[in-house]
Design a protein around this ligand. Structure first.
Ligand SMILES: Cc1cc2nc3c(=O)[nH]c(=O)nc-3n(C[C@H](O)[C@H](O)[C@H](O)COP(=O)(O)OP(=O)(O)OC[C@H]3O[C@@H](n4cnc5c(N)ncnc54)[C@H](O)[C@@H]3O)c2cc1C
Length: 471
């Protein structure tokens, strides 16, 4: 006899079901103590927590098939999870049930330099993959800054991007094939290993960015690139934050596409110094960090253009990193940006909007005005080269008045991004965190089409229920 969970459309996991799960994956791959379930109750967000009834670690695709067949039959909610680093509540098992953790499927199955491809299991951590690829002179361009923990399955499911997506594009441009298990328990191969493939609808792209709501990815074939032979890092400081924003489109307009353009405001600069002791220029209102890559000639040409445009746009200072070690120190400091933001207040509402690059300066001004009027501390960090900014509002959810004010400011920031022709999420996805903005900003027909697609894949609604749409 099943017990019902507090939502009408799923069941709690009974002792009998846990025994069956142990029979599928082995007892060592099932956790059900209170302490263990707590560990899998949250992700990279600070606002969402819900414990699963049981945590299951498959080690092969057949395990995933059997777990999903069981869950589908018994109508148990299943929430896929990789590294749990997402920033939208996507891997929080909000309706209890099974947390299906993919991290023990972490084998790199094949690297094929001749095909510029790799076949990997979904639980491979990005950093481990990049190390193995670097040994062969290759790399996988999508570079979310959570590379130390994020898995390939999570990266595909969020269609993640990072600094180099300005030049190289986001995850969806690098997925050739996906092996995934449908919520009904059947494994299917989507796409393959070829670069060109127009056989029917592009379901590889549909799964990419589907936030674990359509199928559980167990393997993927990734498209790779040869490692560029040369790189150069340039740092430009500005006395005015919007001016730094304007400089980004001026550089692109000058006909050069650096690999990375990252923006840090004064708040982030000071807080990076606080946690890393890096000694970045605290007098600057903003800093742009550039990386050019390619052959020596291309890098020299691009660097010259970037330096020229920064000076013309009134940069207070321009520095070129003297060698790879200095460049690495700057990028390591940039990598500490999120830690600096999230450690600065009890609750940080970090947004993920993307605006057209030509309107970035105007948007930054609007964000500053909104937060000033509401007497809130805000900081802006982001992958400015592609218009993806993370305005982050400092607050405390235990202070109801302050928290309500911060949430109102965030509503206004998102409305402004949409008004400027942008989108409410550039890389973190909708999950739980951004559901209410979906309804406010998207055409109801678009939402309805997605719901219908979800029903085709998952007739019983067991896979990552409660995500993307508000029920
Ligand atoms: C410090 C920090 C920096 C970050 N920087 C970036 C950045 O630069 N760019 C960026 O895009 N994101 C960034 N993120 C967000 C996050 O790291 C990415 O969304 C990442 O892709 C999540 O991978 P994960 O393995 O942790 O997935 P999880 O967080 O475990 O899951 C993410 C989603 O994918 C689903 N999922 C996971 N594995 C599977 C699978 N095998 N099959 C089906 N569904 C699955 C989950 O259900 C969930 O909905 C950052 C996060 C942090 C904490």
């Amino acid at each position: 006899m099943m017990r019902r969970c507090r939502y009408a459309d799923c069941e709690m996991v009974t002792k009998d079901a846990i025994r069956k799960l142990e029979g599928i994956v082995g007892a060592a791959n099932v956790l059900s103590s209170e302490e263990d379930r707590k560990v899998y109750s949250y992700d990279g967000t600070s606002t969402w927590v819900h414990q699963p009834d049981v945590v299951v670690f498959p080690t092969e695709t057949a395990h995933v098939e059997a777990v999903l067949a069981l869950a589908n039959e018994a109508k148990i909610a299943v929430t896929p999870r990789g590294g749990g680093t997402n920033l939208s509540g996507g891997s929080v098992p909000i309706r209890g049930g099974i947390s299906l953790v993919m991290t023990r499927m972490n084998k790199i199955l094949e690297i094929s330099p001749g095909n510029l491809s790799a076949r990997v299991q979904a639980g491979v951590v990005l950093m481990d993959l990049q190390k193995a690829l670097a040994a062969k002179g290759l790399f996988f361009p999508p570079d979310p800054q959570s590379f130390l923990g994020a898995t390939i399955g999570g990266i595909i499911s969020e269609n993640a991007g990072g600094p180099v997506c300005l030049k190289y594009g986001v995850t969806k441009q690098y997925i050739l094939g996906i092996r995934a298990v449908l919520p009904t328990g059947k494994a299917i191969q989507f796409g393959g290993i070829t670069l060109k493939n127009v056989v029917g609808y592009d379901l590889v792209s549909l799964l990419t960015g589907s936030e674990g709501t359509l199928a559980v990815i167990t393997e993927a074939v990734l498209r790779l690139m040869p490692m560029p032979p040369a790189r150069k890092t340039i740092i430009a400081t500005f006395d005015d934050l919007p001016k730094a924003g304007e400089t980004v489109s001026a550089i692109l307009d000058a006909g050069t596409v650096p690999a990375k353009i990252e923006l840090l405001d004064n708040w982030v600069i000071r807080n990076i110094n606080r946690i890393t002791g890096m000694g970045l220029s605290e007098g600057a209102a903003a800093m742009l960090m550039f990386e050019c890559d390619g052959t020596d000639e291309v890098v020299a040409h691009d660097a010259e253009k970037i330096i020229g445009v920064c000076r013309r746009m009134g940069a207070a200072g321009v520095i070129v990193a003297k060698d790879a070690a200095e460049a690495q120190a700057y990028w390591k400091a940039r990598g500490a940006g999120f830690a600096a933001v999230f450690s600065a207040a009890p609750t940080v509402l970090a947004e993920d909007v993307t605006v057209p690059r030509t309107r970035m300066a105007e948007f930054i001004r609007r964000v500053t005005d909104i937060c000033k009027a509401a007497d809130l501390e805000v900081t802006v960090i982001g992958h400015a080269g592609d218009g993806n900014l993370h305005p982050s509002v400092m607050t405390d959810q235990n202070n109801p008045g302050h928290f309500a004010r911060a949430k109102r400011a965030v509503d206004e920031i998102i409305a402004a991004a949409v008004e400027f022709g942008g989108v409410l999420s550039g890389e973190h996805g909708i999950g739980l965190e951004k559901q209410k903005f979906m309804r406010r900003t998207q055409d109801p027909t678009f939402i309805d089409l997605m719901r219908q697609i979800k029903r085709i894949f998952d007739p019983n609604g067991i896979l990552n229920p409660g995500k993307i749409w508000e029920d």
